[in-house]
Design a protein around this ligand. Structure first.
Ligand SMILES: *Cc1c(COP(=O)(O)O)cnc(C)c1O
Length: 363
């Protein structure tokens, strides 16, 4: 593979870093100094550069505003114990971004350029990466059609942008989740397996109803008869039934999460029995009644491992037992992930990419 050279940089004159309180970071509200941008024009990707994060001009007729031809990714940079900046499995995000692009009829952004762009952007803004006790740097690559044309067809031109956000915890406590029995975020043959903004648009209204009923998010069920669980809000879902950890198998209404994949691998490493199989709502309710349901948690980049404290279904609410922290599968797996990211445990699966101390120059 040919080495990718340093991208052109237009540095921000005055950094916003001084205004940030790293000891009290919200999730996703603060944006770092720089963004990476590229454009797809005349059938090829070009204009790769890093520039100050800021507003951009678009036309009201921009196609993605109307027909949602837009996809995104989410990954994180962490500081390890040696204060080096590391990325967690960025190649997986690049590959999934390419799959999402194909599904939405968009041009594939080269996977090696994706990873290198993330590395150079984070290398430039490395002072924005929170310390390990403060949080992490959430990285948001995204792409959208920019044609000024409202006929329904794939855009000819696209913009690809990466910006980053120093972030604290996504949820500050274990969550209350409502099993959805009416709405769906995705349907068979739809966009559910792609990381497309449109899936989130479909999720907003049912999530709002759940929040009005006192829940944090919904547990999505299959779109046909709502009899099997699929995901937990914006995360994949795991449930522990006695001593077996179970997660629904991937299909076209479930997003192939990188955290999910990592949890399965780590569960194997820890000697936890983990199975990918369909889980019925009835099995969850029965497990909650007879105490076979020991734990439930969501898995995703933003929240990482998110414990579920309560599950609601129609007019019933079930409290999950509180397993002593060290014994819970969720805390064992969370700990394993942390040790790999911090560099205390060997990175046996080759998940960590160190961000070189880039001495980036304006070119
Ligand atoms: C992004 C996302 C996830 C989690 O994927 P990760 O790769 O682990 O961050 C799960 N479900 C949905 C619907 C998502 O959009």
């Amino acid at each position: 593979m040919e080495e990718i050279k340093q991208f052109e940089i237009n540095r921000k004159q005055v950094s916003g870093l001084g205004k940030v309180n790293f000891d009290n970071l919200p999730f996703g509200r603060i944006i770092s100094d720089h963004m990476f941008t590229a454009e797809y024009r005349d059938g090829k990707w070009q204009d790769f550069k890093i520039e100050p994060y800021g507003p951009m001009q678009v036309f009201p007729a921009m196609i993605s505003l109307h027909y949602a031809q837009a996809i995104f990714e989410g990954l994180k940079a962490y500081k390890n114990n040696a204060a080096e900046v590391v990325l967690f499995r960025p190649d997986e995000n690049a590959a999934r971004f390419a799959r999402s692009a194909q599904r939405l009829c968009m041009p594939v952004f080269p996977e090696d350029v994706f990873v290198e762009a993330v590395a150079q952007l984070v290398g430039l803004d490395r002072d924005w990466v929170p310390g390990s006790a403060q949080g992490s740097l959430y990285i948001r690559p995204h792409m959208f059609g920019i044609d000024e044309y409202i006929g329904v067809q794939p855009s000819q031109n696209y913009r690809f942008i990466i910006f980053t956000s120093p972030s604290g915890a996504y949820f500050s406590r274990p969550t209350r989740m409502k099993i959805e029995d009416t709405y769906a975020r995705a349907c068979q043959g739809g966009l559910g397996a792609a990381k497309a903004g449109a899936n989130y648009a479909a999720a907003l209204y049912p999530t709002k109803l759940a929040v009005e009923q006192g829940f944090d998010q919904v547990i999505w069920t299959d779109p046909n008869d709502h009899k099997h669980i699929e995901e937990a809000g914006t995360m994949n879902i795991f449930v522990r039934l006695n001593d077996e950890l179970v997660t629904p198998p991937l299909n076209d209404t479930i997003l192939d999460g990188i955290t999910r994949k990592s949890v399965i691998t780590l569960a194997h490493d820890l000697g936890i029995k983990v199975t990918e199989r369909k889980v019925s709502v009835e099995e969850i309710l029965e497990g909650a009644r007879n105490c076979d349901l020991k734990e439930a948690f969501g898995a995703g980049t933003a929240a990482v491992i998110q414990d579920i404290a309560e599950i609601g279904y129609k007019d019933q609410v079930f409290k999950l037992p509180t397993t002593p922290s060290g014994e819970a599968f969720s805390s064992q797996i969370r700990k394993s992930l942390e040790l790999i990211r911090s560099g205390e445990a060997a990175d046996t699966h080759n998940w960590i990419r160190k961000v070189r101390e880039l001495d980036l120059k304006e070119v």
